[in-house]
Design a protein around this ligand. Structure first.
Ligand code: RUB
Length: 312
């Protein structure tokens, strides 16, 4: 966790992508809500509730695609209401946030241990963007003494692949960077693909960094296993009721400077894409390795009914 930010600062840093990655976004949002609750020194539960609701709305508006943010916020509010009184409300919100943050960090570690079993000595592993869950798997395999070659995509336009290189290098791995468009060319030499998740829909489709679906397609064609490393709070209860996942589009200047673009031309900057379940071999979660077809069950069992029915 970085320095303590206010709710508004946290929402702004998620919007600007200073805080990024679906899991980290959720943890930082929970942390900001926890702090807001603890900082309240009045005695009016309705006032505290109103502040918390305002904060929640600001956080939820910060980035639209990763359901982890929504699930993290839901977890903080679980069982809380102004009827319980200001003191109990503060304590409930703060302890819910603590539990969520702790569980979410533990989940990344468990995913590493479970997923590492799917990586063999000598494997060439490809990952995309910068995912803490995917890196947990790869780094754990390395810690277990497996000799692996790791390839990271650049992930234009934000180039999160460079962060992946730093994360891998500081774990003692010597990774190789490729441009995004080299993924299919490289696939003939890849043994396994491991990526993270922003959202997993109830039908098992994966929403992750733009370009993920092209990599999955190339892996499918080359019969290379395509694994997703995802905490259970990346599964979306909202999609059970038919809600479509909003794919964030960011400013075109992230892709090309306005002066580089001729008059009349447009630049699109979609940030995520959807990979159909038939291209996913397994999803590695903290409750085990599951097929994409288990997504509905994971949502019901792990997220529970209050997540499903509240605010739908
Ligand atoms: C990051 C991204 C990551 C997932 C999972 O996108 O797509 O693969 O968020 O990451 P951005 P993690 O950089 O736009 O946030 O496993 O760390 O939750």
């Amino acid at each position: 966790m970085g320095a303590q930010l206010s709710l508004e600062e946290t929402a702004a840093s998620i919007r600007s992508m200073e805080v990024r990655g679906a899991g980290e976004i959720a943890r930082r949002a929970a942390e900001a809500l926890r702090q807001e609750a603890l900082d309240y020194n009045g005695h009016d539960p309705k006032e505290l509730w109103a502040r918390m609701q305002k904060g929640r709305d600001a956080l939820l508006a910060s980035r639209p695609t990763a359901v982890s943010l929504w699930n993290g916020v839901q977890a903080v509010f679980k069982g809380a209401s102004p009827e319980m009184g200001a003191e109990a409300l503060r304590k409930t919100l703060a302890s819910n946030a603590d539990i969520f943050i702790k569980r979410s960090k533990e989940a990344v570690e468990v995913i590493g241990r479970v997923g590492a079993k799917r990586i063999r000595d000598g494997d060439r592993v490809l990952t995309h963007c910068n995912s803490k869950a995917a890196l947990s798997v790869i780094i754990q395999a390395h810690k277990e003494g497996k000799s692996i070659d790791v390839f990271a995509t650049e992930s234009r336009p934000w180039r999160q692949g460079l962060q992946t290189l730093r994360d891998l290098a500081s774990a003692g791995i010597k990774p190789t960077l490729i441009v995004d468009s080299a993924a299919r060319w490289l696939m003939k030499d890849v043994d396994v693909v491991v990526v993270g998740a922003d959202t997993i829909c109830s039908n098992g489709a994966l929403i992750n960094k733009i370009g993920t679906s092209q990599i999955a397609l190339a892996a499918h064609e080359a019969r290379v296993p395509f694994l997703v490393a995802a905490e259970t709070f990346k599964f979306s209860p909202k999609t059970m009721y038919g809600e479509l996942v909003e794919i964030e589009e960011r400013d075109s200047s992230e892709v090309a400077r306005p002066d580089e673009v001729p008059a009349g031309a447009k630049v699109l900057n979609p940030v995520f894409d959807a990979t159909p379940p038939e291209y996913i071999d397994a999803i590695i979660t903290e409750v085990g390795v599951v097929p994409p077809s288990a997504a509905y069950e994971i949502i019901v069992k792990e997220l529970g009914h209050e997540f499903i029915f509240e605010r739908n």
